[in-house]
Every structure is written in C-alpha cells, then in structure tokens.
Write a protein that binds this ligand. Sequence first.
Ligand SMILES: C[S@@+](CC[C@H](N)C(=O)[O-])C[C@H]1O[C@@H](n2cnc3c(N)ncnc32)[C@H](O)[C@@H]1O
Length: 442
Amino acid sequence: MVHYAPQVQLPLPICLERSAPLLTTGHVAEARIGTSGTFSDNMRLPIHRWYRYSAGFSADWVRSVIRECKPSALLDPFVGSGTSLLAAEEEGIDSYGFEAHPFVARIARAKLSWNASVKELVSWTAKLLQQATSMSPDISGETPLLLKCYSTEALRKLCAIRESFLILKEEMSTSVGELLWLAITSILRPCSHAGTAQWQYVLPAKGKARVLEPYDAFKTKIDTMTADMRHFQRSATPSGTLMARDARERLEFLDGKIDLVVTSPPYPNNYDYGDSTRLEMCFWHEIRGWGDLQTTVRRFLVRSCSQHAAAEKLKLDDVLAAPQLEPIRRDLSEICRSLEEERSHHGGKKSYHTMVAAYFADIASVFHALRGACSAGSRMCFVIGDSAPYGVYVPVDEFMGRLALAVGFSGFSFEKIRDRNVKWKNRKHRVPLKEGRLWIEG
Ligand SMILES: C[S@@+](CC[C@H](N)C(=O)[O-])C[C@H]1O[C@@H](n2cnc3c(N)ncnc32)[C@H](O)[C@@H]1O
C-alpha cells in the first residue's frame, strides 16, 4: 500500500507575458498564469541571450515565481546556463546554483561575470582581434567533427581567435577572460554551416542557409555583451553564487538557509547533456569526439540517458537495492523489470531499465541534500517531464513527490503545463506524456 501525504494545493505562480524585442527590468510588468516557458524566450533578454541553451527555462517565469514567493535566498541545484541565478540577481535576492556539467558550468560562470569592466573587455577584444587577423593557424590536426562542420576559411579564423585568446588570457583579469571565452564559444554554431537539432546535438550533414563570418560574429557578440553588461550594472545586484558541483552531494553549508528552490532537473528521457556541447568541447580541445563524453561529462551527472547507464555497467538489482529508493521500490521495480523484458525484443538493447532505476536513486539523493538546505516552510518548484522508454510509462511526478515526502518535505502537487508525447524520439508507442511543475512544500 502506498501512502501519500495530503496533497497541498499551492498557489499557481504567475508567468510574465512575452513582449517586445529586448525585455529589460523596467519592462517586466504584465503577468499572467502560464507556462514556465522555454529558453528561446530568453533570447531577447540581456545576458540570458549570450548563449542558447535549449534545455533551459524562461528567466521571466523564474522572476515571477520570486516575486510571488518573496524568498530571502533561492537555490537552483541544476542551474544549467545560469538562468535562475541571473533572474535572482535581477530581483536583488541572494541565490545559489549548482551545475555538474563542467562546460555548462563555465558558460554560467561567464554569464555571471557581467559585473566585469566593460572598458577592459573592449580593450582586450581589440588586441585579440588584431593578433588573430595576423595569424594563419594549421587546422589539419583539428578533430574530424570540426573539419566536417566548417569551411577551411571559417575554421582557420575561429582557430586564430582561439589561439590569440589563449596567448593573451594570462594577462587579463579572470572575469574578462571568461567573458571572451564565452563570446568565442557562443559564435561557434552561428559560424558553422552544420545544422543543430532541436536539442542542440550538432548535425554535420544538415546544412543551413545563414552562416556568419567569424570576425564579424565575434565583434557583434562583444557589442551585445557590453550593452547587456552596462544594463545589468545599472539594474541588477551581483548576488549569485555558482558552484560547479553535484546536486546529489550533501549541502551542510546551506543549512536551512534556502526558502525557495526553482529548478529543472534532467528528465529521464534519454537526452544526452554531454552530447549537447560536443562541438564546443572539440573546439576547445577538451575532447576528441563522442567517445570522450562519458569520462569528461556524463559521469558527473544524474543518470538520465541510456548511454550513461550502459557505460557504468549497472546491475539492476544493485541499483534497486539503494536505500533511498525504499519509498518507491516496489512500483519502480515493476517498471524496471518491464523495461528489462522489453529490451530483449529491441535491436538496440538500450539500458533503460538501469537508467530509470539509477535516475530515481539520484533524484532521491538530491532531495535528501535539499532537505538539509531548505528552511521549514520553504517551497520548491521542479519543472519536470515524464517518459515512456520502449512504451513503458514512468510516472516521474508521482515518484518524485513520494521521494520528497520520504525525506521530510510535507506535501506535493503537480501542475501540468503541456502534453509532450510527440517529442519522444521513439514514436513506436502512443503513451501520453506531459511536462509540468512539481510543487513541493518544505
Ligand atoms: C534542464 S537543465 C537546466 C537548465 C537551466 N534551468 C537553464 O535555464 O539553463 C538540467 C541541468 O542539470 C545539469 N545536471 C545534471 N546532473 C547534475 C548533477 N548531478 N548536479 C548538478 N547539475 C546536474 C545538466 O548538466 C543540465 O545543465
């Protein structure tokens, strides 16, 4: 018998209306009940727009939740590209964010460097470009992915910018260095003729119509960044603390300080966060290709894709025996056994059975860590989605809610935002899926 705490109906958060081109603090006014939005909503917002991170949510929505809940400190344990921290800085409250993907954490860190000297950034940009335009780097040793994704001319220019940056970097301040690193990183897709899939996987074989010239793209990016930095320097407070760390780890240092958690963890839907930055990591020589992603990225993350579970060679019984899974073990085991059985009928033999078990073991550890960080009366909002690998339905909202109650949170309710059964790549099943907000009471 499964026991539920009485579901607490929390007030719906408000969501800010999208409006004119560049939204700034002064314009954020109209509100409506609505969705958590997508990252594309952020592409017109200062700082947020510096790097397109498809997995992200809407900054305006986060701001609306902050205004509604009036917390003294916000935590986002899966902060991605930094959306929640920047939103908190715009609202003038303290915030903490964790990100375990090293490359994505660096992107967030660079965005949070908006308080650096604009003058210094402009001056180093000029030096960098002057040096780059006099260089003609040998690109023959670049990774096969880069050679496929760029014309020789474009790649040579991008490598010249990179080499020039690496030479000058030691002389500039850390924050200006991080801003320049991000400017270079963020022009890599626009300067490639290769397409990008909806979820940021690079598609070398799929061409696209508009390709930017690297030096122009770099200058334009710096112009955008300096304008946005000036805007934030006038209107926001640099109060966010970003940590490149694992949300599953214990959080003694926050000991009851947090009264609002706004976050979106990976969904157990096989999206490979490691692969979303493959092009960029190849460019910076952090990996040679897909085969390096497990050791450089995935191993740090919540296990939400089958490649990760397969690489760890997990044994289902061992994962299911994890003590933190006790509150859902019986129902979860049934699902994982069905996935194990289903696997034998499919050619790819994907490790969904161990992935799903490991996913909830990881999420349970995150809740455990959060319990220590959150005050009594705190509130948490998890933007989540369910999944149905091989057509076997996984009730993510219910399992997460039960795991949260088991570590001492007092109630949960789920607020559906949209149906998403069309997005699952394996369309062989017709299981309806959904995305929404899991509200958890502290
Ligand atoms: C849905 S995305 C969050 C995006 C974020 N809301 C934004 O707007 O950019 C989930 C993030 O969790 C990160 N992540 C996965 N496992 C993690 C872990 N164990 N600890 C911290 N972050 C993790 C992923 O790298 C990814 O960036």
